[in-house]
Design a protein around this ligand. Structure first.
Ligand code: P1T
Length: 383
């Protein structure tokens, strides 16, 4: 274990020792619901597959190591991971969260958890003073994405950690867009990191999964308890696919961000693009902060093309990109947040955040840069 220092080495080797019975180099898929016990009260540490599964355990240890932590917990989706983290709190708890975030997370907070007595204050997390002003005596959690989905705002994780510590609140960071390859929130003071593993961790648009990671033993115990008690676990196949996927995460992220940087620069200079949000551009309002807390700027870009009609023309014209929800796969995807991922956010709030009818979100894949650039250029030429 101690020999595994670099990110890619960890991704390939942590909890990936050859299997003990046959020497199988890859972790087997333990497709079982239960385990034989030798006699009453005597077993091998595996009783029931909601509670323990060796394939899932290997993935959980592996992904925890990538975030620089000791404990990871896998879930059936990113939403299941978020829901379980929120169950650390009780009725009456107050949460300060980003006003810009994935529409499904907003929906969970606004339409589900608020019915159970949770109170939410949505603020611009890039405004440290606004976060401080939103803190109340009963604030139990600060919850943020960074970069945010879809406006690519950057939260100062270390500043949030200081506020959280002072107010005795937990800091939770959704690290889906950046991945641990580019950003390690726990090292900046976050208490919990979570992911929609459906995205870059899975990386091939072929699974839905989620993960929660922490290096705090008290939190790990509670999340482990909730994972079993609530039961939103994945079967063994997704963890197996994820183990296979993260082996190439470092390579994939390099290409994702190389393509994104090139496309962002193209869009910034193009007369038909009104605005571009990519943290790797010097024009991005939080570029310096992103450069400080991330080791790269990732593969996600949002662009404003002016109207629903222009967005529709672009979406109809694009050929190498696929019009689809989700992100983080090897294939480039185009998303129209208003009609796809952020429809659950009220229109006046969307307008204020910049999630307009003319906003398009690009998940830049790992195809050849020239093909992606040619595709964007030909689609923009029709606007
Ligand atoms: O889809 P699921 O695996 O349940 O993950 C939810 C989720 C959580 N956090 C972030 C930042 C996300 O982007 C998502 C899912 N997002 C999309 C499906 C999307 O296209 O934005």
């Amino acid at each position: 274990m101690t020999m595994y220092k670099g990110f890619a080495t960890k991704a390939i080797h942590v909890a990936q020792e050859p299997e003990s019975v046959t020497g199988s180099v890859t972790t087997p898929i333990f497709q079982t619901s239960t385990y034989a016990q030798e006699e009453i009260g005597k077993h091998k540490g595996f009783e029931y597959a909601r509670t323990q599964n060796p394939t899932r355990f290997a993935w959980e240890k592996n992904v925890a190591s990538l975030e620089g932590a000791r404990w990871g917990y896998a879930f059936g989706s990113g939403m299941a991971a978020i829901d379980t983290v929120m169950r650390l709190l009780s009725s009456g708890a107050h949460v300060v969260c980003s006003e810009d975030m994935y529409g499904g997370t907003f929906r969970l907070f606004d339409k589900v958890l608020s019915r159970y007595g949770y109170l939410f204050s949505a603020v611009d997390m890039s405004d440290i003073e606004a976060v401080k002003a939103a803190i109340r005596p009963e604030t139990a959690m600060i919850y943020t994405e960074t970069p945010t989905n879809p406006m690519m705002r950057i939260t100062d994780i270390a500043a949030m950690a200081a506020i959280a510590k002072e107010s005795k609140a937990l800091l939770v960071v959704d690290n889906t867009f950046a991945t641990p390859y580019l950003q390690k929130p726990l090292s900046l003071g976050a208490d919990i990191v979570l992911h929609s593993a459906t995205k870059y961790l899975g990386g091939h648009s072929d699974l839905v999964s989620g993960v929660v990671i922490t290096d705090r033993e008290d939190i790990a115990q509670q999340i482990g308890f909730l994972q079993n008690a609530v039961g939103a676990v994945p079967g063994p196949f997704e963890p197996w696919l994820l183990l296979r996927s993260v082996k190439t995460l470092a390579l994939r992220m390099e290409k994702h961000q190389q393509n994104a940087q090139a496309i962002a620069q193209l869009c910034e200079q193009h007369p038909k693009v009104h605005r571009v949000w990519y943290p790797g551009l010097a024009s991005h309002p939080h570029h310096d902060l992103a450069a400080k807390q991330m080791s790269g700027f990732g593969g996600m870009i949002s662009i404003e093309v002016g109207s629903y009609q222009q967005a529709q023309t672009f979406a109809r014209a694009i050929k190498v990109f696929t019009l689809a929800e989700s992100l983080g796969g090897v294939e480039s995807l185009l998303c129209h947040p208003v009609s796809m991922t952020h429809g659950s956010i009220p229109k006046e709030k969307r307008d204020r955040l910049g999630i307009t009818d003319g906003l398009l979100r690009l998940s830049c894949g790992i195809e050849d840069s020239e093909d992606l650039i040619a595709d964007i250029n030909q689609a923009l030429s029709l606007l």
